[in-house]
Design a protein around this ligand. Structure first.
Ligand SMILES: [Zn+2]
Length: 130
């Protein structure tokens, strides 16, 4: 069985981060389809699954890899941002604010009442409740 799979996948591209992402989108689309049964969702899901399989069994490894690199260049900053948000949510000892003038994220201790925050980068002062 594994030998069969190995022979089937020989010289073919296989899966990558882009395929996993497309799979997640297909799974997310299942939710509205489940409630509405609108044809548009089933068409989209089917198209995604066909696309995923075409990419997996593609012999043009160079082109598929280039697609994946493009996807990662677009997705990596989003992933970093989400990871940062998650870390901020888990941090119960601090609050995070964005500086209104330079946009950087500032961390202040929680539970100090109203405090004046001075941005260490641009020296702008603003008041927030902690
Ligand atoms: Zn600032």
């Amino acid at each position: 069985m594994f030998d069969f799979l190995r022979r089937l996948m020989y010289g073919r591209y296989g899966s990558d981060a882009l395929n996993q992402f497309l799979m997640v989108i297909a799974l997310v689309l299942l939710i509205p389809w489940f409630f509405t049964h609108w044809a548009i969702f089933s068409i989209l899901i089917l198209a995604l699954i066909i696309l995923i399989y075409c990419r997996m069994f593609s012999r043009n490894i160079y082109k598929r890899s280039a697609e994946n690199q493009k996807f990662l260049a677009w997705f990596a900053p989003i992933q970093r941002k989400l990871a940062g948000r998650k870390m901020q949510m888990q941090d119960k000892a601090h609050r995070y604010y964005k500086c209104p003038s330079c946009g950087r994220t500032l961390r202040v201790p929680r539970g100090r009442g109203r405090i004046e925050i001075t941005c260490p980068h641009c020296k702008r002062k603003f008041t927030k409740k902690t």
